[in-house]
Design a protein around this ligand. Sequence first.
Ligand SMILES: NC(=O)c1ccc[n+]([C@@H]2O[C@H](COP(=O)([O-])OP(=O)(O)OC[C@H]3O[C@@H](n4cnc5c(N)ncnc54)[C@H](OP(=O)(O)O)[C@@H]3O)[C@@H](O)[C@H]2O)c1
Length: 340
Amino acid sequence: MQINDKSNYQKYHPNNKRYEEMTYNRSGKSGVLLPSISLGLWHNFGKYDLQANAEAILRTAFDNGITHFDLANNYGPPFGSAEANFGMLYKQNFEAYRDELFIATKAGYDMWEGPYGNFGSRKYLISSLDQSLKRMNLDYVDVFYHHRPDPDTPLEETAIALHDIVRQGKALYVGISNYEAEGIVEMSTLLRELKVPFIIEQAKYSMFDRSIEKTILPTIIKQNLGCIAFSPLAQGMLTNKYIDGIPTDSRAAKGKTYLEVNEVEEKLPIIKALNAIAQNRGQKLHQMAISWLLHQKGITSVLVGASSSSQLIDNLSATKNTEFSSEELTQINKLTSKFL
Ligand SMILES: NC(=O)c1ccc[n+]([C@@H]2O[C@H](COP(=O)([O-])OP(=O)(O)OC[C@H]3O[C@@H](n4cnc5c(N)ncnc54)[C@H](OP(=O)(O)O)[C@@H]3O)[C@@H](O)[C@H]2O)c1
């Protein structure tokens, strides 16, 4: 990460009015309230990103009532660097506000070489969280997620590891991510028996990926869990940025690992039609995309990524307009029901 010029460095004093505008929703039937918009650190916080920009995004988030920061062991690139940079910025800015923050990390994807750095074994989850805590300069995380289901490790082993992590005081709550409905029910049953505070599923959900509406979201609700929706803007496609071409500093232009130019071009007619609906509502497309998610039953928080503070501020106003007329919902449905 490129380090700030210390001569101009301004010490952080959070906004005194930070809790005035944000709304907080209960995660399922737990005691935890999460902001309607949370900040994800998957992109823009790695080794090659600008520290000043990353710091400004985090400060903007907290100044506006975003108390929930979402990380994972492998965010970067390279793996671990988003946690390490967050740890440094946390020390510089937020250490005095630890009890006002709800910090998440995860393990489940490829992290280190050899047989113990991936999936869902007890060996991997416990050692990965130990590494994450060191990188982030934290004694505990608020929520630790199993990042994806493991087809080979018995679910009971993963559940017992999550139980032990909580009992050791390394995480206050646990969650799972990318699980199908059946896995959610099984994990919920196991964790309930073990009396583990399991509060949330993190699932991919946007107007361009509505698959969780079929069985996953109803299951989450039935299991009394919260749901936090990731990639709500379909990695930037549900914004105005691609309407007039592919900007050079966009995710699509940066390479096809995350978002392919072809995919953007294919969806352009729908993006334009959705944009027209947003304009009629007095919103920008990305604001409507977030408002639409917040309107869905069962959504606790929308987990956005942002490459600048101004993007984040722009997204925040989505919380002010989450009502939709039945005509608007019908129009949106017509355009996006193929992504169900
Ligand atoms: N559990 C999982 O498996 C999983 C998987 C993926 C993500 N996540 C979590 O979810 C978070 C969000 O995912 P995501 O980054 O894919 O989310 P996203 O919100 O769909 O996309 C974020 C990108 O959209 C663009 N954007 C955001 N606000 C904008 C605005 N106001 N105007 C124009 N463009 C805007 C930016 O792209 P540019 O960079 O092009 O400016 C930004 O980097 C991640 O950081 C991570 O914490 C979890």
